[in-house]
Design a protein around this ligand. Structure first.
Ligand SMILES: *[C@@H]1O[C@H](CO)[C@@H](O)[C@H](O)[C@H]1NC(C)=O
Ligand SMILES: *[C@@H]1O[C@H](CO)[C@@H](O)[C@H](O)[C@H]1NC(C)=O
Ligand SMILES: *[C@@H]1O[C@H](CO)[C@@H](O)[C@H](O)[C@H]1NC(C)=O
Ligand SMILES: *[C@@H]1O[C@H](CO)[C@@H](O)[C@H](O)[C@H]1NC(C)=O
Ligand SMILES: *[C@@H]1O[C@H](CO)[C@@H](O)[C@H](O)[C@H]1NC(C)=O
Ligand SMILES: *[C@@H]1O[C@H](CO)[C@@H](O)[C@H](O)[C@H]1NC(C)=O
Ligand SMILES: *[C@@H]1O[C@H](CO)[C@@H](O)[C@H](O)[C@H]1NC(C)=O
Length: 920
């Protein structure tokens, strides 16, 4: 096992990559011996100029917080070994330039790359760690090198930026990069022959780089020549395994990158063996799509029919998109499938094609195997599924409905990795459907939260389709009866499931998990800020602070486990949650394993866990549980399921936890505006809610499907029905719209990124799309048009980029934030208007607005290019940043971070700015 070699195991695959660096030696070109490179088309410099170190807080870089911006930005500085820069970290409080050699550079006729390992000997890291903990070994710096392009013509270059969040190529700025080394959505550059300046912002993150190793920053830049205008961004087809001769699921997907300079339309995808000759313009693409049996998925069809003159799926120049399609096996026995994509450039008529092959993985239906399905975001995802064993003896009924046992993976791992998918092989005959979801990416999207957990739910809800598809005759499934377990980031995900879906959880086993990002790597060393602002940021992360949510676990059997010597996720996290469970009147069985670190071979199958799995999968307890007394704590109703049959629909102040206490028929609430009751749990009873007497009985309007009943609080009194807004015609915020800015991730269907087509907005629209795909594997349609009219149709959430102009009106008749060509106006909770003028400063704003059908729009507005590019940094990407519902940034945010925000806060249920917001 490679883990002990690496020392740190949390980011399993990441360390595999790091540990594997020795193998780069084989392709490494010794520095100073580069004759053979003279004719290479691309090469990186071996020598780099570095400037740092400066402090940075956990996940703070999204906010700017770069002290060099105070002096005009690193890009404006020239190397000067005598220049001194004030910095809080090094000896004498001074940072300076340094030069460093790339640890490896290599080059070939098709690619060039360079690895950098930056360290600082003039900082007393050990002492800083004593005082500030792991926060101290997160710091920032900049590095400058060169990429040389040879030959006589412009080269199309695919640039991967491993472990890098932000960089510049010549005068072009890129925020997003590839912090976790996914290599899903690299930047596409078209570079003229000559030397190009590469400036890289280096940001150290303990969760990605480790806390106990020497605090180096290790990054890689890899430039590859594009081979054609349409390329596969990932090899092969994402598709399910073949089990006992049948395809386990009919969803396939390819990742496509447009490496050219014009938009591309995908016209069709068909199996190569049944392909009919297609020629345009006799057929329009709708016919082509309809003609093949392999057509694009519903979500994508919706999108294409909703946007004007789209024939097929459009991939903008430089964009990477996942394209899902129906896939099936030919009747004859084959070992691989081949599909042909037809496409044309947006301005041309010639059809081109791209062939894609995939070898089939054939396995027994009883083995853990890959199943595919659609994520609510409209793209394909996968999970590993192990159905109940043939010899498992389960239940007495004719056809028992068995629970689902989840194994949530740690950061940096794919679910199809054997360490994940075969972790429960030693318990083969559990009475459960065993599922290892991905959460879409190796970092489970957003740490199994909003995007990642939607993937878990899509995966489990696809089991009934699987049963049909493979004609399964074994035990059935109860998709609402879960046993959740997971390791490391997956242990944290288990806490998330436990605290956010309590009515579905039969039992939970969180292993070596952390309580919250803040408890994992402290938020010390952010730039100083008014505590009111810090509180707004912190409140945006309320839903993910599990140490606050332990009352939600009441009544649920919990088996905790943590290695006593864990130097990656400290056992403190599990001990803290065990204690918090106890203090909230419930209890867990806590097993701290002596002498063990973060990972060991049988971490998922210790005797205590094996016993727990067998006992809990056989449990006949009724779910949801009826509890005599319990408390429900809610950070974000948009993320939150019910407990004991009660669901919180709305909070009064979304920046504060809401609480419901239920004892028998007496309910008391705090900061809650609207509740939903499941009458199956609360049968026709008289309830007292905060001294209002209500009847849960006949004659009340019940919600379709669930039959649940809503009560709301108005002027201190609870009465049946949803909350009416004070003024008719004002849409109120509900369901998927609730939460902080990350609510935008609850899209149904691909995102729509709309802008008016200037160079600046095109570059940023592409950046937003690249980041959504890099970090979430999300799909986005970039809609560029000269007018805003009709561009918010479709099913997906919308991201609007606007520069120096008024916005299209909101569906809300009196939205509190208005932008114009001269600035932006925010109406505070007392009705006072605050105008921020852009005459002599650049302003950037990012805020949510409502759309129909619980959809959302995220507006990115800038008074100029600079302001818009600052606003675009705030689009949700990595976790822990804490973007509230609205943020207005001034130029100072570039170095001051959060304290440089001019206004920030949240909207209440009427889309009014809340009193807890900061508007000044
Ligand atoms: C450079 O790229 C080659 C080819 O992809 C790869 O084998 C090698 O490991 C890379 N080196 C670094 C330092 O990333
Ligand atoms: C300058 O860079 C070298 C090489 O990377 C490194 O060993 C040294 O510690 C750096 N200097 C300082 C003051 O950190
Ligand atoms: C580039 O141009 C020079 C001068 O016009 C010519 O001699 C050379 O062969 C060209 N190189 C390539 C690779 O086309
Ligand atoms: C697919 O299978 C063939 C035949 O077994 C093998 O030669 C080829 O390398 C495989 N391709 C991939 C991408 O695994
Ligand atoms: C089912 O079969 C597996 C392996 O074939 C075996 O390890 C297990 O003990 C069996 N379980 C039962 C209940 O027979
Ligand atoms: C559940 O199982 C227990 C013990 O196996 C048994 O006593 C009890 O009657 C069962 N309850 C139901 C509802 O089947
Ligand atoms: C937009 O980009 C094109 C191509 O790079 C360039 O020719 C043009 O001048 C740019 N326009 C503006 C307004 O910057």
């Amino acid at each position: 096992m490679f883990i002990p070699i690496c020392g740190v195991a949390f980011v399993l695959c990441f360390w595999v990559v790091l540990c594997d660096t020795s193998q780069y030696g084989r392709v490494m070109v010794p520095l100073g011996h580069r004759q053979e490179l003279e004719h290479a088309p691309l090469s990186f410099s071996g020598s780099w100029k570095v400037l740092g170190p400066f402090q940075i807080g956990t996940r703070e870089a999204t906010w700017g917080a770069d002290p060099l911006e105070y002096v005009g930005g690193f890009r404006a500085l020239q190397y000067d070994p005598d220049a001194l820069f004030r910095s809080s970290l090094p000896t004498n409080g001074m940072a300076r330039w340094n030069t460093t050699q790339a640890t490896q550079t290599s080059t070939s006729p098709t690619y060039a790359n360079a690895s950098l390992s930056i360290s600082y000997s003039n900082v007393d890291w050990d002492f800083l760690k004593v005082v500030y903990g792991w926060a101290a070994v997160q710091y920032q710096a900049w590095a400058r090198g060169e990429l040389t392009v040879r030959g006589n013509s412009t080269q199309s270059v695919i640039l991967s930026t491993d472990a890098i969040l932000e960089f510049w190529v010549d005068e072009a700025h890129y925020f997003g990069g590839d912090f976790f080394t996914f290599r899903k959505a690299p930047a596409v550059l078209h570079l003229n022959p000559g030397t190009h300046k590469i400036d890289i912002r280096l940001v150290r993150d303990v969760r990605a780089f480790g806390g106990i190793l020497p605090p180096t920053i290790d990054v890689v830049v890899h430039a590859e020549r594009a081979t054609s205008i349409l390329e596969l961004a990932m090899p092969g087809i994402l598709m399910s395994d073949v089990v006992d001769g049948k395809l386990a699921a009919p969803v396939g997907s390819v990742m496509l990158r447009n490496s050219g300079e014009n938009d591309i339309k995908i016209m069709g995808i068909e199996p190569s063996d049944v392909r009919h000759p297609i020629s345009l313009p006799e057929l329009d693409s709708q016919e082509i799509l309809a003609q093949g049996s392999r057509v694009l998925t519903a979500a994508q069809r919706n999108e294409s029919s909703s946007s004007e003159n789209d024939l097929g799926i459009v991939i903008a120049a430089g964009q990477t998109r996942p394209v899902a399609f129906d896939i099936s096996l030919p009747t004859r026995n084959v070992s691989s499938v081949e599909y042909v994509l037809t496409y044309k450039t947006a301005d041309g008529n010639d059809l081109s094609s791209l062939h894609v092959w995939q070898n089939l993985t054939k396995t027994s239906i009883y083995e853990p195997h890959k199943i595919t399905y659609l994520h609510p975001g409209g793209m394909a995802s996968y999970a590993m599924l192990r159905p109940p064993a043939r010899n498992a003896t389960c239940g007495s009924g004719q056809k028992p409905s068995l629970p689902v046992l989840f194994g949530l993976h740690g950061a940096g791992l794919e679910a199809d990795n054997g360490m994940v998918a075969h972790a429960l092989d030693s318990v083969p005959d559990l009475c459960a459907w065993v599922m290892f979801p991905t959460g879409v990416t190796p970092w489970s999207g957003d740490d199994w939260h909003n995007w990642g957990f939607a993937d878990v739910e899509a995966a489990v809800n696809s089991i009934p389709n699987w049963i049909n598809q493979v004609d399964w005759k074994g035990p059935g499934v109860n998709v609402n009866r879960w046993i959740v377990s997971g390791h490391s980031n997956g242990g944290q995900g288990t806490w998330y499931a436990l605290t956010h879906r309590p009515d579905k959880i039969l039992a939970a086993a969180p292993l070596s998990g952390y309580a919250s990002i803040q408890k994992y790597v402290p938020y010390e060393l952010w730039q100083p800020a008014d505590p009111r602002r810090t509180a707004v940021i912190s409140a945006s992360l309320n839903s993910y602070r599990h140490e606050m949510l332990m009352p939600n676990a009441r009544g649920i059997p919990v088996q905790q486990q943590h290695g006593e010597m864990d130097d990656n996720v400290p056992a403190y996290n599990s001990r803290l949650l065990a204690q918090q469970l106890f203090l909230s009147g419930t209890d867990s069985s806590y097993n701290e394993v002596p002498g063990q670190n973060h990972w060991w071979d049988t971490v998922m199958t210790t005797p205590e866990l094996v016993d727990f799995y067998y006992t809990q999968t056989k449990s006949n307890e009724t779910i949801p549980r009826k509890l005599d007394e319990f408390e429900l704590v809610v950070g974000d109703p948009g993320d939150m399921g019910s407990k004991g049959g009660i669901k919180v629909l709305l909070l009064e102040d979304p920046g504060q936890y809401g609480r419901v206490h239920a004892k028998g028929h007496t309910i008391t609430t705090s900061n809650v505006l609207s509740l939903e009751f499941d009458p199956i749990i609360f049968q026709s009873q008289v309830l007292s809610i905060d001294d209002s007497s209500v009847i849960l009985g006949h004659g009340l309007r019940k919600r379709e499907h669930t039959g649940s009943v809503t009560f709301s609080k108005s002027e201190g009194k609870w009465s049946p029905g949803p909350l009416a807004t004070a003024e008719a015609g004002i849409p109120y915020r509900q369901g998927r719209q609730l939460g902080s800015m990350t609510a935008i991730l609850r899209t149904q269907g691909p995102f729509v990124i709309r802008h008016k087509g200037s160079n600046i907005t095109s570059h940023l629209a592409l950046q937003v799309s690249r980041n959504l795909h890099q970090y979430f594997q999300a799909d986005a349609h970039i809609a560029s048009s000269t007018s805003w009219d009709g561009t918010t149709g479709g099913t997906g959430n919308v991201i609007t980029l606007a520069m120096g102009e008024a916005l299209a009106p909101s569906i809300h008749p009196d939205f509190p934030i208005q932008a114009s060509s001269t600035g932006i106006t925010v109406r505070d909770s007392k009705g006072a208007q605050h105008h921020y003028n852009s005459d002599d400063t650049s302003l950037g704003a990012a805020f949510l607005r409502p759309l129909e059908d619980e959809r959302l729009e995220l507006v990115l507005w800038g008074s100029d290019a600079d302001g818009l590019s600052q606003a675009a940094r705030l689009v949700p990407m990595v976790t822990g940043v804490g973007q509230p519902d609205f943020v207005l940034l001034g130029e100072k945010a570039k170095w001051e971070g959060v304290d440089g925000a001019l206004a920030l806060g949240s909207f209440d249920y009427e889309w009014k700015v809340t009193p807890s917001s900061v508007v000044s």
